[in-house]
Design a protein around this ligand. Structure first.
Ligand code: BG6
Length: 488
C-alpha cells in the first residue's frame, strides 16, 4: 500500500475514541496499515504529542478487539501519531498543520498522499474543505482524499449546497462518504449472496419474490443526542441513509463487472426507479410513530417526550415504516417494506425475502408457510432459508424448517465496519461508500415525507416502548396480504 498522511479532524471527539483509533490499531495488528504512515490528530484543545498518544492508547485499551497484541506493538503504533491544535476557522492553524504534515513527510520519506478525515459536526465540513484547499494542504504530488460521515445535509436543498461547496475543494472521486451500514459484513455480503449463487440469482426477481422486508429495530432510546435527534427523527437518522442503502444493495441488478463503478451504477438505477411519493401516497404508504413509556429488556423506560433535551410538544418520529415500489421490470408489483425505530422490542437489523407460494393450493389441508430467506445483519450475522418439510413426528404434516449459516463463531476475528471502510479508503476503493448521486436521489425520495411530517399531515402513532412499533405498520403489509416475518 502507498505511504501516506492521515489527518484526523475531531481527534479528541467521541467517534475518534470509540471507533477510529481502535480501527487504526486493529488494521495495524492485522498488517493492513501502509508500511509508512503519519497520523496527525487535530482538536481545539492544546495537547502535547505525548498527551495525545496517551489518549489514543486509552481508547485502544477501552475499545479495541485486538488487545492481545497490546504489550508488544503499542509503542511502534503510537509513534505514528502527532497532534496539532486547530480552530477550524483560523487560517494560521492550517499553516501550522501544513508545516507538520510536510515535516513528517520528509522525516518518514512519505509520498504526498493525504487523507483528511472529518470527524466533526457537519456544519464544519465546508469551512474545513475550503481551508484545506486554500492553505495548500490539498496541493500534493500524490493523491488527496476526504472522508466524511452523515448527516450529509438536513434536506435536499442543504445537501445540494453542501455538495456544491465540497466539490470546490474535492472531486467526487476523492470524496468517501461513510454510511457505516455499508461497512457491515452482511450488507457487503448481499452482492455475493445474490450474484455468486445461481440458485438465488434465478429467484431474485418479481417472478419468485412476493415481498421484501427490511427492519432495523433498536432497543435504545434517544440517548444523549436529543439536540440532534429531535431535529432529525428516524426519517433523516436512519431512513434517508442506512435503510435506503440496504434497499439499493438488495434490489440492484447484477453489475456487468463487480467493481465500484458498476455496483454504484446499479444502485443508482434502483433509486432512479423508486416510485416518487406525492402527499397522498405518503399518507397511504408511510407510518410514523413515537415511543411512549414501557419496558425494554426488563427495564422500565420513559417516553420520548420525557427524555432530557426533547421538547415536551415534539412531533419527532422515532419510528418510520414505509411501503416502497421499484418501477423496474424486475420488481413490478413487488412491495418493499422498511421499518426502523428506537425503543423497540429487540435490537435487530435484518432483511427478509418472502418467496411466492404458488404451490400452496396443492396441499389443501395443510396451510404452508412461504419460503423465506432471512439475512440477519446485526447484532447476529446469520443467513437462514426457511423451507417446508414433512414432520415424521406429526403424521407427516408439513412444517417449516430452517437451514442456517451463522457468521457468529468467526465474528470476533472479523474486521469492524470502520476498519473495513478506512482500509478501503486507504486503497482508493469506493465500492462501499455512498456516491453523491445516491445521497441526492435518497433526499429526493425523502423530501415529500419531510414536508408531510413537518406539517403534521399524517398521524403520529404512539407506540409502547418494548413493542414492535405502532399497529399501523402491520396494516401496511396486511393491505397486500402479508405480515412481518418472523412471526411477531
Ligand atoms: C446511526 C444513527 O447512524 O446508526 C443512530 O445515528 C443509530 O441513531 C445507529 O442508533 C445504529 O447503528 P447500528 O450499527 O447500531 O445498527
Amino acid at each position: 500500500m502507498e505511504s501516506m498522511t492521515f489527518v484526523l479532524f475531531g481527534a479528541t471527539g467521541d467517534l475518534a475514541k470509540r471507533k477510529i483509533f481502535p480501527a487504526l490499531y486493529n488494521l495495524y495488528v492485522d498488517q493492513k496499515l501502509p508500511q509508512s504512515i503519519s497520523i496527525i490528530g487535530l482538536g481545539r484543545r492544546d495537547l502535547s504529542h505525548s498527551d495525545f498518544q496517551e489518549k489514543v492508547k486509552d481508547s485502544i485499551l477501552d475499545f479495541s478487539r485486538r488487545l492481545e497484541h497490546e504489550a508488544a506493538n503499542m509503542g511502534e503504533f503510537l509513534d505514528y501519531f502527532r497532534y496539532s491544535t486547530l480552530d477550524v476557522n483560523r487560517e494560521e492553524d492550517y499553516q501550522s498543520l501544513l508545516e507538520l504534515v510536510r515535516q513528517r513527510e520528509k522525516e518518514l520519506h512519505l509520498e504526498e498522499n493525504r487523507m483528511f478525515y472529518l470527524s466533526v459536526a457537519p456544519e464544519f465540513f465546508e469551512t474545513i474543505a475550503l481551508n484545506i484547499k486554500n492553505s495548500g494542504l490539498g496541493q500534493t504530488n500524490g493523491w488527496k482524499r476526504l472522508i466524511i460521515e452523515k448527516p450529509f445535509g438536513h434536506d435536499l436543498q442543504s445537501a445540494r449546497e453542501l455538495n456544491e461547496k465540497l466539490s470546490r475543494a474535492f472531486e467526487e472521486e476523492e470524496i468517501y462518504r461513510i454510511d457505516h451500514y455499508l461497512g457491515k459484513p452482511m450488507v457487503q455480503n448481499l452482492e455475493a449472496l445474490s450474484f455468486a449463487n445461481p440458485i438465488l440469482q434465478s429467484l431474485w426477481n418479481k417472478e419468485h419474490i412476493a415481498n421484501v422486508q427490511i427492519t432495523a429495530s433498536e432497543t435504545v432510546g434517544v440517548e444523549k443526542r436529543a439536540g440532534y435527534y429531535d431535529q432529525a427523527g428516524a426519517i433523516r437518522d436512519m431512513v434517508q441513509n442506512h435503510m435506503l442503502q440496504i434497499l439499493m444493495m438488495t434490489a440492484m441488478a447484477k453489475p456487468k463487472t463487480i467493481n465500484a463503478a458498476e455496483i454504484r451504477h446499479e444502485k443508482r438505477k434502483v433509486m432512479e426507479s423508486l416510485r416518487p411519493l406525492k402527499e397522498k401516497e405518503v399518507k397511504n404508504d408511510i407510518v410514523r410513530g413515537q415511543y411512549i413509556s414501557g419496558e425494554v429488556n426488563g427495564q422500565k423506560v420513559q417516553s420520548y417526550l420525557e427524555e432530557p433535551g426533547v421538547s415536551p410538544f415534539s412531533n419527532t418520529d422515532t419510528f418510520v415504516a414505509a411501503r416502497l415500489w421499484i418501477d423496474h421490470p424486475s420488481w413490478t408489483e413487488v412491495p418493499f417494506y422498511i421499518r426502523t425505530g428506537k425503543r423497540m422490542k429487540e435490537k435487530s437489523t435484518r432483511i427478509v425475502i418472502e418467496f411466492k407460494n404458488k404451490e400452496n393450493q396443492k396441499y389443501k389441508n395443510n396451510q404452508m408457510n412461504p419460503n423465506l430467506l432471512i439475512i440477519e445483519i446485526n447484532p447476529n450475522e446469520n443467513i437462514s432459508l426457511q423451507l417446508n418439510s414433512k414432520n415424521p413426528l406429526n403424521n407427516g404434516k408439513i412444517t417449516p424448517i430452517r437451514i442456517d449459516f451463522s457468521n457468529n463463531q468467526i465474528s470476533l476475528g472479523v474486521p469492524e465496519a470502520y476498519e473495513r471502510l478506512i482500509y478501503d479508503a486507504f486503497n482508493g476503493d469506493s465500492t462501499f461508500f455512498a456516491h453523491w448521486k445516491e445521497v441526492e436521489l435518497s433526499w429526493e425520495w425523502v423530501q415529500p415525507i419531510l414536508h408531510v411530517f413537518e406539517n403534521n399531515l399524517v398521524p403520529l402513532h404512539k407506540y409502547q416502548s418494548g413493542s414492535y412499533g405502532p399497529a399501523a405498520s402491520d396494516s401496511l403489509l396486511l393491505d397486500n396480504g402479508f405480515k412481518w416475518w418472523p412471526d411477531e
